[in-house]
Write a protein that binds this ligand. Sequence first.
Ligand SMILES: [Zn+2]
Length: 282
Amino acid sequence: MTSWLTKLAPKLLSTDAKKNIPAGVWIKCPECGETLYSKDLDKNLKVCLLCNYHFRLTAEERIEQLFDENSFVEMDRGLLPIDPLKFVDSKKYKDRIKQTMAKTKLNESITSGVGKIKEREVAAAIFNFRYMGGSMGSVAGEKITRVIELALKRRIPLIIVSASGGARMQEGAFSLMQMAKTSAALSRLAQEGIPYISLMTDPTTGGVSASFAMLGDINMAEPGALIGFAGARVIQQTIKQNLPQGFQRSEFLKEHGQLDLILERKDLRDKLTELFGMLLPT
Ligand SMILES: [Zn+2]
């Protein structure tokens, strides 16, 4: 009796224990391979406790980390993408939008609005990379432009947090036009001396890096973020030379004068408060 029970007990226990562990409790760090307890990772702002790897954040997580509690008010949530070119690649763009909306519960790749950072009102646009790779279509461009105009009207500083593969190819030239439109709106903000800080996160590439992401009064990035215009492979094939180590990463860009700052997530609120204080017209 004792013998079969002893043999069976660990099996029963382990099955029970497995049942009690919900999915997603342990997360493997893609950089160092360490297995991390998700609650510890969340407490550490989704930064690896061992190697400082900055995990990608959703816009919701970014808002929660960046702004004072419950202070963020979203705007223009009802702007929905359309399919002006009736574009079809491996599937119809129209269907792709529908599926992405259902999967992400988001209407577009940008969440915009106004929140408070240490009690100072700040206008913000934040990319959702999981919405079609954070690509910038007409709606994303319009939402960014509107939040810039709001910052201008209310004379409050602006931050744009980028995580994007660039222009949305399914909208063709309509997507490319957003680069000019957002840049023009930012120049009006600059003329009025309202500060704009660009925070580039992993990845910030293509038409986003080639427009507003690089137009900040301060251009900053998270450590280790991929930032660039064309992909490394395309560049290597074009120039027929090997690319240097760390090419297109935050640290490389800062060393070559393309970034002002690399900032760890834990320092972001303090640094933004300091910079906005310095940059805002008195
Ligand atoms: Zn790690």
